[in-house]
Design a protein around this ligand. Structure first.
Ligand code: NAD
Ligand code: ZN
Length: 256
């Protein structure tokens, strides 16, 4: 692993434009369950039943059984050293963090350019009159198992993309542009099976970027797209990369 860490920190130093793509695995060490895999939410909740736009329309109160758990979880979560490492890397050319996560942890850590492909749980909106609210205004209701309602009386919903819905087009376009314009893409904690996120590293590679992947297990990207795979936990690996990077920078400043 330490050989790989050294190699990635070299790549970060040598490449001008770094873009990071994160998935649910990035937040696991902040205590947020991923969707798939061990302890995944889908082992408990049937996605089609709780988080599909049609099932939401039929029975929003049932969907809120899942939303409530997710909102409580993100309100209790804090970013970890891996999120902090990505903030630090902005000094070394990290331009955008593209995330599939809806937990706001990159922003909470201080990342300045975050593209939220799947929206966020931190805002709610009314499907009838389109009024928007901060989720914080309703946190008591959520914790007390009540469904937040709009002034017009309709049950609100999170500003997160549900199954069967389109992704925010502007964010998709900006993410694609970032992927095509980068020299190095780090893909962290995503199973790379959800589109269009999974196609971003493919696009980055096609336009000449080096792709580094950090995950506990291999993904559909690993054999065909990834140049360097680091098997490990997001927090530990990113923290080690940042430490190596700053150690190298520090040593080169001393020797020059
Ligand atoms: P996923 O749940 O499909 O896959 C998680 C991936 O992370 C797996 O490949 C797993 O091996 C890896 N992983 C698990 N723990 C890890 C760790 N500590 N370090 C590194 N890797 C680890 O996640 P995905 O690919 O992001 O799937 C996309 C969907 O999941 C999106 O729709 C996203 O909105 C949603 N989601 C988001 C959150 C969140 O906001 N935190 C949580 C659950 C699901
Ligand atoms: Zn309304």
């Amino acid at each position: 692993m330490s050989k790989h860490i050294k190699e990635v920190s070299r790549l970060i130093r040598e490449n001008e434009r770094l873009v990071v793509l994160t998935g649910a695995g990035m937040s696991v060490e902040s205590g947020i369950a991923p969707f798939r895999g061990e302890n995944g939410l889908w082992q408990e909740f049937d996605a089609q039943k709780y988080a599909h736009i049609e099932s939401y329309r039929q029975d929003p109160e049932r969907s809120w059984e899942l939303f409530r758990l997710q909102i409580e979880e993100i309100y209790d979560a804090e970013p970890h050293q891996g999120h902090e490492a990505l903030v630090k890397m902005e000094e070394e050319g990290l331009t955008e963090v593209i995330t599939q996560n809806i937990d706001g942890l990159h922003q909470k850590a201080g990342s300045s350019q975050v593209l939220e492909l799947h929206g966020t749980l931190f805002t709610l909106f009314c499907p009838d009159c389109e009024r928007e609210y901060n989720t914080s205004e309703f946190i008591e209701e959520v914790r007390e198992n009540r469904c937040p309602r709009c002034e017009c009386g309709t049950i609100l919903r999170p500003d997160a993309v549900l199954f069967g819905e389109q992704l925010p087009q502007d964010t998709v376009n900006r993410s694609l542009k970032a992927a095509e314009g980068c020299d190095l893409m780090m893909v962290v904690g995503t199973s790379a099976v959800v589109q269009p996120a999974a196609s971003l590293p493919v696009q980055a590679k096609r336009t000449g970027a080096t792709v580094v992947e950090i995950n506990l297990e291999s993904t559909p990207l690993t054999s065909d797209v990834t140049d360097l795979f680091i098997k490990g936990k997001a927090r530990e690996v990113l923290k080690n990369i940042a430490e190596k990077l700053y150690h190298q920078l520090f040593s080169s400043q001393i020797s020059s």
